[in-house]
Design a protein around this ligand. Structure first.
Ligand code: ZN
Length: 91
């Protein structure tokens, strides 16, 4: 599918809603949390959705994918989490 940002990748119509649309947790107003289950690490990351005004299809993009990578400073949120060593393959 083309990179055309105005074109819905489901119905193919140029009906993507204009403007900056954001997703938030309505309670905390936090950004969406991504959980890396292997390590019990949670990370907030802004998601950029594209919403089709015709069929309602939603495409999601992560604004900062590099942020989701696990680094040595990341700690599991659950202290009882059985941590396996962070491997080179995780980066
Ligand atoms: Zn559509």
């Amino acid at each position: 599918m083309a990179d055309n940002r105005d074109t819905c990748s489901k119905c193919g119509q140029e009906s993507i809603l204009k403007g900056d649309i954001g997703l938030r947790n309505s309670k905390t107003m936090d950004l969406v949390v991504v959980v890396r289950q292997d390590h019990g690490v949670e990370k907030n990351v802004p998601l950029q959705p594209r919403v089709c005004g015709r069929c309602g299809f939603v495409d999601l993009y992560v604004k900062d994918p590099v942020h989701l990578k696990i680094c040595a400073e990341d700690k599991p949120i659950n202290p009882d989490f059985k941590q396996r060593p962070i491997l080179e393959a995780d980066f």
